[in-house]
Design a protein around this ligand. Structure first.
Ligand SMILES: NC(=O)c1ccc[n+]([C@@H]2O[C@H](COP(=O)([O-])OP(=O)(O)OC[C@H]3O[C@@H](n4cnc5c(N)ncnc54)[C@H](OP(=O)(O)O)[C@@H]3O)[C@@H](O)[C@H]2O)c1
Length: 239
């Protein structure tokens, strides 16, 4: 089993939800963490919690869908952390609506954030991992990336695309000792799921919690270097 202590991680969308739970789980393992998002107050609050766990923690405020900002801010975070070993591409948005009803701008923004944002951030982090001949990339897709449903065309298109990009990247960089993992979780009780009306934060015993997702990521990272969690689907036990 690998020890994660003193590794350095960047988690996009680390201010709340799945990204924040992952940041806290990493800090408990002694990983130094940089979190990103668009809301500075939420990021500062998360960084305070991380620092209380005794690790170095920092943040950057930027929209993953803006490549100019991604270039500047990823460079800054890698400098602040003194390197990067782990990238969790988690930032994402969701909205439901039929293909015909959804506004063109909203449809485009979902693709621009969930797909292009992940591509931009990966493009800026990858050279560091290749240069050190080791690294970990965890890309967050969804069950909506495996199956389309009525009123999920934008979200499903973005999450199907994430799987294609992530699996291709995995095959490109195995030779560089970089493990790329594609996750397809089902519904987890976060703001996103509550806002979409598909989860209720009170039903802790039956609905997946952000901590369950974080635990899966940590377990994957702890695998011996010869082994790689290529993909994983996290489901709740009861339908
Ligand atoms: N919850 C679920 O049921 C579920 C299931 C499967 C997959 N997922 C995926 O898991 C990931 C995390 O979802 P979540 O449930 O934790 O959602 P969430 O609670 O809404 O959190 C989303 C995070 O992403 C950040 N973010 C959103 N748009 C951004 C942008 N354009 N630029 C930078 N940061 C941005 C948010 O911060 P700011 O708002 O401050 O920018 C926040 O930190 C998403 O990719 C989602 O599609 C979620």
């Amino acid at each position: 089993m690998q020890n994660l202590r003193n590794k350095k991680a960047i988690i996009t969308g680390g201010s709340r939800g799945l990204g924040k739970a992952t940041a806290l789980a990493f800090a408990q393992e002694g990983v130094h963490v940089a979190v990103t998002g668009r809301n500075e107050k939420a990021l500062q609050a998360t960084v305070n919690e991380l620092q209380q766990l005794g690790v170095q923690a920092t943040y950057a405020v930027f929209d993953v869908s803006n490549y100019d900002d991604v270039q500047v801010q990823i460079k800054k975070l890698v400098t602040d952390l003194g390197g990067v070993d782990i990238l969790v591409n988690n930032a994402g948005i969701a909205a439901f609506g039929t293909l015909n009803d959804m506004d063109v701008n909203q449809w485009t923004q979902i693709i621009q954030t969930n797909l292009m944002g992940m591509y931009y951030v990966t493009k800026e982090v990858l050279p560091h991992l290749i240069q050190q001949n080791s690294g970990e990339i965890i890309n967050v897709s969804s069950t909506a990336g495996l199956n389309g449903n009525a009123s999920t065309s934008a979200y499903s298109a973005s999450k199907f695309a994430v799987i294609g990009m992530s699996e291709s990247l995995m095959k490109e960089v195995r030779k560089n000792n970089i493990r790329v993992c594609t996750l397809t979780p089902s519904t987890i009780a976060t703001d996103m799921a509550v806002d979409l009306g598909i989860a209720d934060k009170e039903s802790e015993d039956s609905v997946l919690q952000p901590e369950d997702f974080a635990e899966l990521i940590v377990a994957g990272l702890k695998l011996p270097k010869r082994a790689m969690l290529k993909s994983a689907a996290l489901w709740s036990t009861n339908p």
